[in-house]
Design a protein around this ligand. Structure first.
Ligand code: DQA
Length: 152
């Protein structure tokens, strides 16, 4: 079965309680449960990971690659805007990924308009809250099936 990583960056463990006017009231657990339902529908298995540490995120990308996972859904949170290390990990592994943000980063402070990862991503989804992860998962799956119809 196709296995995919869902990687969440710093402070996303606080989802549901953190700035709910921006990020909503859905907790990380609830978001992951919903994604697992969509994954089951698509016939893929998700591995969920969250870290508040840059190196932890890098390690998780390496681990996913070593374990033969096929792709990733990544919300790098604040590291989107600063992490050359996470960029290099995704470059090194060549893992196809979709970048997801809950909020519309382009409607926020200018420093959030720059992502160090977007040019490596298959695509970027932002501004749709938890639904963005579901859209991202469907898009990632569709692109993987396009590349290898056996995965469908
Ligand atoms: C975020 C946007 C980032 O700018 C911010 O640092 C986050 C969350 C989002 O999902 O909207 O922590 O990635």
């Amino acid at each position: 079965m196709t296995r995919l990583l869902v990687l969440q960056g710093p402070n996303l463990n606080l989802l549901g309680r953190r700035e709910p006017e921006l990020y909503g009231r859905v907790t990380l657990d609830a978001l992951q449960d919903r994604l697992d339902v969509v994954a089951a529908e698509l016939g893929v298995e998700l591995q969920h990971a969250q870290s508040n540490h840059e190196g932890g995120l890098v390690d998780r990308v390496h681990q996913a690659w070593a374990d033969g996972l096929t792709g990733a859904l990544v919300n790098p949170a604040a590291y989107t805007h600063s992490s050359i290390a996470l960029r290099d990990a995704l470059l090194a592994t060549g893992m196809p990924f979709v970048e997801v943000h809950l909020s519309n980063v382009y409607a926020r402070e200018p420093f959030r308009h720059k992502s160090l990862l977007s040019d490596l991503a298959l695509g970027v989804i932002c501004g749709f809250g938890p639904l963005g992860y579901e859209l991202g998962l469907r898009a990632l799956h569709a692109r993987l099936v396009e590349a290898d119809p056996h995965l469908g």
